[in-house]
Design a protein around this ligand. Structure first.
Ligand code: BV8
Ligand code: ZN
Length: 237
C-alpha cells in the first residue's frame, strides 16, 4: 500500500490513535532501546530496567538513568513529533499512546498523551510512595533520596512491573474507537503495548506502520511505510 492510500485513510478518519516507540525520538538524537544505540557499558536495557536490578544495585541503575537523562536533556522534538501535534488538532478524537519516557511529545505540544511506561523526568519514593518531577542533569548524588529519607527510583515502568492503573484500559478504549491506528518507531516487541496493534486489526481499524525496518506485525498492518518518521510523518499528515 502506498503513502497516498495511507494519507487518504488518515484524512477521512474522525477518531485516530497513535502508538509511538523509541524510533520517533531517534532523529532527535535519543538512543533507541534495542540495537547498537541502546547499549550502555555493555549492559542491555532488559538487564537494567528491572526491579531486581534496582534492588541489587540501585546506584548502577541510577548511573544508567543519569546517562540517559544526560543524553535526552538536549534533545528537541523533531518533525515527526510536530506532525503528530498537527494531527491531534485536526481530529475530533485523538489519543497519543507512547512507550517513550523522554518527554519529547509533551515538549512538542501534544495534549492527550498516555505514557504507558512512565516518565524519565519523574521520580518516585520507594518508601513513602510520593512522586515528583526532577529535571536536574546530572543528578547531584546517586542514588537520589526522597525528603522522607527513602530511596528514590525513576518514575518509569520496568520489565515485570504492571503499567500504571487504568492506563491500558484507556489505551485499549482509544484503539477500539479509532478508525486508524498509526504505529510509529516501535519494534513491537514489548507487551502489553504491542498488543494494541492486533487489537486494532481485530476491531476493524486500518493500521499504518512507520518504521525504518519491518516488525513482527508488518504482515498484518494495512500499510507499512519504510523510512524515517521525521520524513514520512510530515508527508502523511
Ligand atoms: C508487564 C521503561 C505484567 C523503562 C520499558 C517473556 C518473559 C519476560 C517478560 C515477558 C515475556 N513476554 C512478555 C513479557 C512482559 C514484558 C515484555 O513485553 N518483555 C518483552 C521484552 C518480551 N513486559 C513487561 O514486563 C511489562 N509489564 O507485562 O507486567 C504484570 C501485570 C501485573 C502484575 C505484574 C506484572 C512492562 C514493559 C515496560 C518495560 N519498560 N521502558 C525505561 O525506558 O527505562 S520498555 C522499553 O521498550 C522502552 O519503553 C521502549 O519504548 C519499549 C519498546 O521499545 P521500542 O520503543 O519499540 O524501541 P526499540 O529500540 O525496541 O525499537 C525502535 C524502533 O524504531 C525499531 O523498530 C527501529 O527500526 C525504529 N526506528 C529507529 N529509528 C527510526 C525508527 N523508526 C522510524 N524512524 C526512525 N528514525
Ligand atoms: Zn519518601
Amino acid at each position: 500500500m502506498s503513502l497516498e492510500q495511507a494519507r487518504e485513510w488518515l484524512g477521512s478518519a474522525t477518531a485516530v490513535a497513535v502508538l509511538t516507540g523509541a524510533g520517533i525520538s531517534a532523529e532527535s538524537g535519543v538512543p533507541v532501546f534495542r540495537g547498537a544505540g541502546g547499549l550502555w557499558k555493555d549492559y542491555r536495557p532488559e538487564d537494567l530496567a528491572t526491579p531486581e536490578a534496582f534492588a541489587r544495585d540501585p546506584r548502577l541503575v541510577w548511573e544508567w538513568y543519569n546517562w540517559r537523562r544526560e543524553a535526552i536533556r538536549q534533545a528537541k522534538p523533531n518533525a515527526g513529533h510536530a506532525a503528530l501535534v498537527r494531527l491531534e488538532i485536526q481530529k475530533p478524537r485523538f489519543t497519543l499512546i507512547t512507550q517513550n519516557v523522554d518527554g519529547l511529545h509533551d515538549m512538542a505540544g501534544s495534549g492527550r498523551i498516555l505514557k504507558l511506561h512512565g516518565d524519565i523526568w519523574r521520580m518516585r519514593c520507594t518508601s513513602c510512595g510520593s512522586n515528583w518531577p526532577d529535571r536536574r542533569v546530572p543528578l547531584p548524588k546517586l542514588p537520589p533520596h526522597c525528603g522522607c529519607g527513602g530511596l528514590a527510583r525513576p518514575g518509569v515502568v520496568w520489565f515485570g512491573e504492571p503499567l500504571p492503573e487504568g492506563m491500558m484500559r484507556e489505551a485499549e478504549h482509544a484503539t477500539l474507537e479509532a478508525q486508524v491506528l498509526l504505529v510509529v518507531g516501535t519494534s513491537a516487541q514489548v507487551y502489553p503495548a504491542a498488543g494494541l496493534i492486533p487489537l486494532a486489526k481485530q476491531a476493524g481499524a486500518r493500521v499504518i506502520q512507520v518504521n525504518l525496518e519491518p516488525t513482527p506485525y508488518s504482515g498484518i498492518v494495512d500499510c507499512a511505510l519504510e523510512g524515517p518518521a521525521g520524513e514520512i510523518l510530515p508527508r502523511l499528515i
